[in-house]
Ligand binder design. Structure first.
Ligand code: ADP
Ligand code: UDP
Length: 236
């Protein structure tokens, strides 16, 4: 399948049309942004890491009954996926306090939760992705009640599968963001990506951060952390 026209260029990926109206090609870039796009940089090799890791995880999730957009990895950076209408919600699951949760509620990072938390924000760059509850999402007609229930159930199942998998790689899954989309028949599927850009990964023994926080917080060894996550996942 060949790329035709570019449909969209985002902060981390480009999306291209194909001859098939139901399929698009996503192309992962090395560009990195943080803090609402105010911090910008490049993480060498990130596009390839995120593409390959995301595809590997989506395949694993599909085997366990989670429907996803994944169709075929085309090369290091490019993947053929089912075209969806993205539900404009950034779905966030947390197992341990970190990032905006720790800041918002005035707690330290690293406190494990008895149960994972589920939250979403409105995917809207102009509004800076404000936090939403279900009734707000319904009032704004971002999704139906059934869709939100499906998304919640799927996101929590994704967490159970990924938490266990990453632990087997010596990594704690602290929190992550998911996006879901609608196929033409209305089916909800997992879309976008699952990668060190969208998850917090801490080494299970040392607590070392192996994700985009190294870029956000200028911790150094950013590229090395992405490569280390590849080694953990693929044994490379
Ligand atoms: P952003 O838009 O936040 O800058 P990206 O650079 O990752 O993010 O751009 C990729 C865009 O493609 C995102 O807006 C994402 O919601 C969208 N997307 C992800 N998967 C699909 C898909 N299967 N079909 C259509 N759009 C998708
Ligand atoms: N996240 C993301 N995209 C966003 C916001 C958050 O992928 O636009 C991920 C982030 O990498 C982390 C989780 O979602 O794994 C929770 O992020 P948080 O709300 O703590 O926000 P942040 O600290 O990134 O501002």
């Amino acid at each position: 399948m060949e790329k035709t026209v570019q449909l969209y260029e985002g902060k981390a990926k480009k999306v291209y049309a194909t001859e098939d109206p139901n399929l698009v090609i996503v192309s992962y870039k090395d560009d990195a942004t943080a803090f609402d796009g105010t911090k910008r940089g490049t993480i060498r090799g990130k596009g390839s890491v995120n593409n390959r890791m995301s595809n590997f995880l989506m395949k694993k999730l599909a085997e366990q009954g989670i429907p996803t957009h994944f169709v075929e990895e085309l090369n290091d950076r490019e993947t053929l996926v089912k075209k969806v209408t993205i539900v404009p919600l950034e779905v966030i699951i947390r197992n341990v306090s970190a990032g905006s949760f720790a800041k918002r509620y005035g707690v330290e990072e690293g406190i494990p939760f008895d149960e994972p938390t589920f939250e979403f924000s409105y995917k809207n760059d102009d509004l800076h992705d404000p936090l939403l509850n279900t009734s707000h999402a319904l009032a704004l007609k971002l999704a139906t009640k059934d869709e939100i229930e499906t998304i919640r159930t799927m996101a929590l199942k994704v967490n159970e599968i990924l938490k266990e998998f990453f632990l087997s790689c010596g990594v704690r899954l602290i929190d992550f963001k998911l996006e879901f989309g609608r196929l033409p028949d209305g089916t909800i599927v997992l879309a976008d990506e699952i990668s060190p850009d969208t998850c917090r990964f801490w080494d299970a023994k040392t607590g070392e951060k192996l994700d985009k926080d190294r870029f956000r917080r200028d911790l150094g060894n950013v590229e090395e952390a992405y490569q280390e996550m590849m080694r953990r996942v693929f044994g490379e």
